[in-house]
Each structure stands twice: as structure tokens, then as C-alpha cells.
Design a protein. Structure first.
Length: 303
């Protein structure tokens, strides 16, 4: 009898324990097993995040190309999905995201250059080439913020190039006519100098271009450059006609038809146009050079 009671007690306790265990298993939600992470997708996502974090003061085209290369390699190896459709979709999404992230980064980097005072030709060539490449992408939407920003970059480059071309034309400006009827094109020179003044007053026509210190320095040199071109013309013309007095019939013939026309051209030098520091010394030198020839002519006709 005692043994029966003990057996019944054990059975009851076991039943209670089984009931508690069943209740626990019935109320606790077992989390689903997480599928294994695609390491190739994770790597591209990580690299794109690293691209976002790149500094704005250094171009990162090489890293961009490396990510694009990895996307293509993983795609060709069918690493992005369990079937071709998934693989294709991941590639398209990654390429679109990469373009968007890199375009924004490039725009910031280009503007960092534009905000500085030192615009290296190498940086400008890169910005132009990269802007052109981004503009050709199938991921660029017309009227999008990226499209507008790329257009802004091009407007900066266009204004810079226009001023550079103008400066180059001034540097190469030359007039070498030696006929007595030739005249230095002073109207063209005045037009160029007036444009320099206009660019200065207009802050070079662009808030970014105005930051380029080299353009300001080069523009400041244009009046002296044009003055030297004028002086070269007069110097060459006086040299060409020097010792030509023997071709004239008399001292007065020489004076009226050679000396005075050349002297009038020298006197036409006007420092109000050029505003250069060496105007007086150059004017006096040319005057003396012409006077020396007239002295030789005087001795020729009076001996």
C-alpha cells in the first residue's frame, strides 16, 4: 500500500512536470533561422559606404573604378543571387547607386577646387573629363539635381576657359607693319584693356572663377603686355626706316615725309591707356632713337 502511494506521487509529479514543459514550449516563440549573408553583396555595400566617406579635397576616381570593377566581376561569377534574375537586379541596383554616390562626391570635390585660389591645370582637365563622362551615363536623368550641378560645373569651366583664351590672345597680340602708312591698332588695344576692367568689376563673371588667383594675376599683366607690343612695333618701325634719309631729296623732305610721321606715332603713346610704370623711360628711349636718326640726316644733308 505504501509502495502504491509512492508510485502515484511519482506519476503525479511527472505529469505536472510534463505539463509545465509543454506550456513553456507552447508559449516561447523560437526565432527563425537567419539565412547566411551574401558576402559579395555585403562587400559592395561596404565599399559604396566607404566611397561616401571619402574626403572632398581629394579626387577618388580610382576607388570608384575599383568598385565598378568588383561589381562586374561578382556579377559575371553569379555571386549576387541564386538565379540570373536576382544577379541582374543586384548589378543594376549597385551600378545605379554607385553612380549616384560617386556623382555627388565628384561634384563636392570639383567645388572644393573651385572654392580655392589655386586652380591647377591638371585638376581642371580632370574635372572637365570626369564631368563629360558622368554626363554620358544612362543613369543621369534630365533636370535632376545631379544634372543641374554638372551644368553648373560646366558653366564655371566655360567662363574660366573664355578668360584664359582672352589672356592668351593678349599675350600673343602683335603688330609688325613697317609701312609709313601703317598704324598700330590702338582701338583693338583699348578694347582689350576695357574688357580687363569689365572683368575685374564683374568679379570675372562667375563667383567661383573669381576665386582663381592666377587669372587675376594674368589680367593685371595685360596692360603692360600690350604696351610692350606697342613699343615693339615703334621700335621695329624706327629701326626699319633708320638710315633711309639718303632716299630723300632734302632735309625738309626727310623731315616732312619720314621723321615727323614717325615722331607723331611715338607721341601717340598714351599712358592713360596703359598706365604702366616704365612709360616715360620707353617713350624717351624711342624719342632719342628717332632723334639720333634725324641728327644723322642733318649731317648728311649739310655736309
Amino acid at each position: 500500500m505504501k509502495a502504491l502511494k509512492i508510485s502515484l506521487a511519482i506519476i503525479v509529479v511527472g505529469a505536472i512536470g510534463a505539463g509545465i514543459l509543454f506550456w513553456i514550449q507552447g508559449t516561447i516563440i523560437v526565432p527563425p533561422v537567419k539565412p547566411p549573408e551574401n558576402q559579395f553583396i555585403a562587400r559592395i555595400e561596404q565599399e559604396i559606404e566607404q566611397l561616401k566617406a571619402k574626403p572632398d579635397n581629394t579626387f577618388c576616381k580610382d576607388f570608384y573604378k575599383e568598385i565598378a570593377h568588383n561589381i562586374n566581376v561578382f556579377y559575371e561569377q553569379n555571386r549576387f543571387g541564386s538565379n540570373q534574375s536576382e544577379n541582374n537586379q543586384w548589378k543594376e541596383n549597385f551600378e545605379k547607386t554607385l553612380y549616384s554616390v560617386y556623382a555627388e562626391k565628384f561634384i563636392n570635390q570639383a567645388k572644393t577646387v573651385f572654392r580655392g585660389s589655386q586652380w591647377s591645370p591638371e585638376d581642371l582637365r580632370f574635372i572637365q573629363a570626369e564631368k563629360n563622362e558622368l554626363n554620358r551615363s544612362r543613369f543621369l536623368s534630365a533636370g535632376s539635381p545631379v544634372n543641374q550641378e554638372l551644368a553648373t560645373i560646366q558653366s564655371v569651366l566655360d567662363q574660366y576657359n573664355e578668360i584664359e583664351s582672352f589672356i592668351s590672345s593678349c599675350r600673343s597680340f602683335n603688330f609688325s607693319g613697317t609701312a609709313l602708312s601703317d598704324r598700330f591698332p590702338i582701338e583693338a588695344v583699348q578694347s582689350k584693356i576695357q574688357r580687363v576692367a569689365s572683368l575685374r568689376s564683374n568679379r570675372l563673371g562667375n563667383v567661383f572663377v573669381n576665386n582663381c588667383s592666377r587669372l587675376h594675376i594674368d589680367l593685371n599683366e595685360i596692360p603692360p603686355i600690350l604696351f610692350r607690343a606697342h613699343v615693339r612695333y615703334l621700335d621695329s618701325k624706327i629701326s626699319y626706316w633708320s638710315d633711309m634719309y639718303s632716299h630723300y631729296n632734302s632735309q625738309s623732305d626727310y623731315a616732312n615725309n619720314l621723321y615727323r610721321p614717325l615722331k607723331a606715332e611715338v607721341d601717340a603713346l598714351n599712358n592713360d591707356i596703359y598706365n604702366v610704370s616704365n612709360f616715360t623711360s620707353e617713350y624717351n628711349r624711342l624719342t632719342q632713337k628717332l632723334f639720333s636718326d634725324s641728327q644723322s640726316a642733318y649731317h648728311y644733308f649739310n655736309n
